[in-house]
Design a binder for this molecule. Structure first.
Ligand code: ZN
Length: 223
């Protein structure tokens, strides 16, 4: 395939980050988690990085055009000439349009959007069961329980539910996710770019579905 320009979508707790890392290794493509590349631009003190920093220092959201600019700088670089994997952006259709026009301006286009679909119940089960110690060791009451309930196996510290993993917070995150992402799913579906992956399966099975989807895309391109 000439280029593989991918966007990853999925709710919190969908395993999107894990799949992104695996894809990066499988495909040998750069993985752009937008928070990370934004912080990198700030650290490197690029023009856009300095702009982003002004907003971040004030505690304001970094505007879309700055984020899109940071992404475009990366996409235009030689590391991304065979493609890239984008995670964490776009989150809204306005951002998706801005990303499209910037990527098109570079003479490129998105190849596919991989949507890792997980039900709200499963998200609540995954995130709500997490227990974390003060040193950041993470367990799960169901999938990865510590030997003694409430005590970290690694450091012996007390395991608690982080604020982010509390039921009310998870529900709020899910509500915001649905409000923002459902139009985005429709946006990519209309453009024939959306590939829905059942994210309720094991991480290995999800990786396998994504691989199969990309293999099909490649065959269609060659046909
Ligand atoms: Zn610990």
């Amino acid at each position: 395939m000439s280029e593989l320009n991918l966007v990853l979508l999925g709710p919190p707790g969908s395993g999107k980050g894990t799949q992104g890392e695996r894809l990066q290794q499988d495909l040998e493509l750069p993985y752009y988690a937008t928070g990370d590349i934004l912080r990198a631009a700030v650290r490197e003190g690029t023009e856009l990085g300095r702009k982003a920093k002004e907003y971040m220092d004030r505690g304001d959201l970094v505007p879309d055009e700055v984020i899109v600019g940071v992404i475009a700088e990366r996409v235009a670089g030689s590391e991304a000439e065979d493609g890239f994997i984008l995670d964490g952006f776009p989150r809204t259709t306005v951002q998706a349009e801005a990303l499209d026009s910037e990527v098109n301006r570079l003479g490129r286009a998105l190849t596919a959007t991989i949507f890792i679909d997980v039900s709200d119940e499963e998200v609540v089960r995954r995130l709500g069961g997490r227990r974390t110690c003060a040193n950041g060791h993470i367990f799960h009451v169901e999938f990865d329980p510590p030997e003694r309930a409430g005590i970290c196996d690694v450091c012996g510290g007390e395991l608690v539910v982080r604020d982010d993993d509390k039921p009310d917070v998870i529900r709020n995150r899910l509500e915001r996710y649905h409000a923002e992402t459902e139009p985005l799913v429709a946006y990519y579906d209309e453009r024939g770019l959306l590939h829905r992956i059942d994210g309720s399966a094991t991480p290995d099975a999800v990786s396998e579905s994504i691989r199969a989807t990309l293999a099909t895309l490649r065959m269609e391109e060659e046909a």
